[in-house]
Design a protein around this ligand. Structure first.
Ligand code: NI
Length: 183
């Protein structure tokens, strides 16, 4: 089932998400729906707050990028109760977008590498290190469960430049091809 995506201005995006336990109701169905919602919106990552739930869960599937670079093939993952243990390496600049901020793309600086501990969809624990674009996606989604958005990481001047776009999102004046939560 495709879920409506919550856009900038919805309070749930600014709530620090809570950990969940394996008895969380219909978790399997939720994960399936999150992937479906993400594919429908042509996204490569989606966090639970973006579908209105303040829980520590996000999904990533980099398969759409595999056509250009085979290293992304098969990277389809569920992260439950993740914890970034450390971020290391140089700060790398790259343009980002977000399904909760349609029409906005900005250059964001992030650490090159992360070490992350998380539970997968079977609640099996993992402790892994990721670099380059994997690390970027993980950090972007992790921000969501920490109540942050990528626009929090841009300069004041850039933020000023996109202010009218942000105001339109808050007012529900939005034009995107996927289903969104009405204001
Ligand atoms: Ni996002």
């Amino acid at each position: 089932m495709i879920l409506p995506i919550y856009l900038y201005g919805q309070p749930v995006l600014r709530k620090v998400a809570k950990e969940i336990t394996p008895d969380y109701p219909k978790i399997e169905e939720l994960i399936t729906n999150m992937f479906e919602t993400m594919y429908n919106a042509d996204g490569i990552g989606l966090a639970a707050p973006q579908v209105g739930l303040d829980i520590r869960l996000f999904v990533i599937d980099l398969e759409p990028l595999a056509e250009d670079n085979p290293k992304y093939s098969g990277f389809k993952k569920v992260f439950i109760n993740p914890k970034i243990i450390e971020s290391t390496g140089e700060l790398v600049k790259m343009e980002e977008g977000c399904l909760s901020l349609p029409g906005i793309n900005e250059t964001v600086e992030r650490e090159e590498k992360v070490r992350i501990q998380y539970l997968d969809e079977n609640f099996t624990p993992h402790d892994e290190v990721y670099g380059d674009f994997f690390a970027r996606c993980i950090q972007h989604e992790y921000d969501h469960i920490e109540a942050k958005l990528f626009i929090d990481r841009i300069s004041g001047i850039r933020k000023q430049m996109i202010k009218s776009k942000l105001n339109n999102l808050i007012k529900g004046k939005v034009n995107c091809h996927y289903k969104v939560k009405p204001v």
